[in-house]
Design a protein around this ligand. Structure first.
Ligand code: KG4
Ligand code: ZN
Length: 343
């Protein structure tokens, strides 16, 4: 079964053809990072307009790269939530129009579920159920318990910022370019992770909190520079040396990874029947996180599939279909037909 997956929830326009949920036949991702690097973050209206320009060429390239015509495609899957509203609208409207035009069943797929299913792509060894999944992206930080395909229970979630958002905000304080995750990782490679002691949030249970860590970095930078806490955060970068930036990046990254590792350890103690640990979402590209999770023999997607892409949408859709999920009516005006993982 060949599924065309379309993803436009944030600042990547992506389409992919995947066979039987595991074999990538094509994977086209057009990133808007260059546009938003200039602004230091995503501007939703600009993102939606860029998706509009890129959507059809990206879909056409995905079909061409896969050596497919529309006759070969069995279903269309599209990200329907969560994400930037304008960006989601372009993707869902594109998918609905194509489904009607080419008479294909249309499936609306949840973005976080898709991230988890990136772990079924292009790796010989597959996770086994029940499993615990850590989803770490720019908008979410959750631990999910999955007893079987397409069954998700949120057992931990962030009460404020997502960890990816925290990487992005700390990068801004340090004057590192957008997106912050890869910039922090790069700067941290030259730094001392033990130079600055940063606190772990005191949140009981499996929930997370990352806004305090961001503020702790801000205060530590101000203190290091001998500046008052009223000193504007956007100016601090002008006072930091390259060494200080590297040491702050490394210390922050180490603390963020420790927090995620501690919570996963706790989750495994609470769910001793879990047979696999799976990590997903943009932050799963992080090398130090991958090293930290070696103790759990965790599954990580190929680094090229950590960020947003259409292949994971197609993979998630395939396993939804196997679980008996029905297509949505492409004529329906309800573009948010099923929200299975709330937040
Ligand atoms: O999953 P994703 O591509 O988009 C969302 O669904 O949000 O995640 C984007 C997030 C951003 O916050 C970005 O800074 C972070 O993933 N990220 C990383 C790395 N690569 C991307 N964070 C830490 N280390 C990385 N290597
Ligand atoms: Zn994502």
């Amino acid at each position: 079964m060949k599924i065309l997956g379309i993803e436009t929830s944030c600042d990547e326009t992506a389409a992919s053809v995947v066979e039987d949920g595991v074999k990538i036949l094509s994977n086209v991702v057009v990133s808007q990072i260059d546009i938003f690097a200039e602004y230091g973050g995503v501007i939703p209206e600009v993102a939606a307009r860029s998706h509009l320009e890129a959507a059809l060429p990206v879909v056409n390239k995905a079909l061409t790269d896969a050596g497919c015509t529309w006759d070969d495609i069995d279903a269309i899957a599209v990200t329907h939530a969560p994400g930037l509203l304008g960006s989601l609208l372009i993707g869902t409207l594109t998918a609905r129009t194509l489904a009607i035009l080419h008479n294909k069943p249309l499936y609306a797929v949840h973005h976080l579920k898709s991230h988890v299913y990136a772990n079924w792509l292009s790796i010989p060894d597959r996770p086994t159920f029940p499993l615990l999944a850590l989803v770490v992206s720019g908008g979410h930080t959750q631990i999910l318990y999955m007893p079987a395909h397409n069954q998700f229970e949120i057992i931990g979630t962030t009460r404020d910022d997502a960890v990816g958002e925290c990487f992005d905000k700390v990068a801004k304080i340090l004057g590192l370019p957008y997106p912050g995750g890869p910039s922090i990782a790069k700067a941290a490679a030259e730094g001392d992770p033990n130079k600055y002691k940063l606190p772990h949030p005191k949140i009981e249970g499996l929930d997370f909190s990352f806004s305090g860590l961001k503020t702790a970095v801000l205060r530590a930078v101000q203190k290091e520079l001998g500046l008052p806490i009223s000193h504007p955060s956007h100016d601090l970068k002008n006072h930091l040396s390259q060494r200080q930036v590297a040491d702050f990046a490394a210390s922050f990254q180490k603390t963020a990874v420790e927090i995620l590792t501690e919570k996963m350890q706790m989750a495994l103690e609470r769910y001793p029947d879990a047979k696999s640990v799976v990590v997903a979402g943009g932050v799963s590209a992080n090398k130090i996180l991958r090293e930290g999770f070696e103790r759990f023999s965790a599954f990580f997607p190929d680094a090229s599939l950590s960020g947003d892409n259409g292949a994971m949408v197609a993979a998630a859709c395939y396993f939804e279909i196997q679980s008996g999920v029905q297509p949505v009516d492409p004529y329906s005006l309800n573009i948010y037909p099923r929200i299975s993982i709330e937040n």
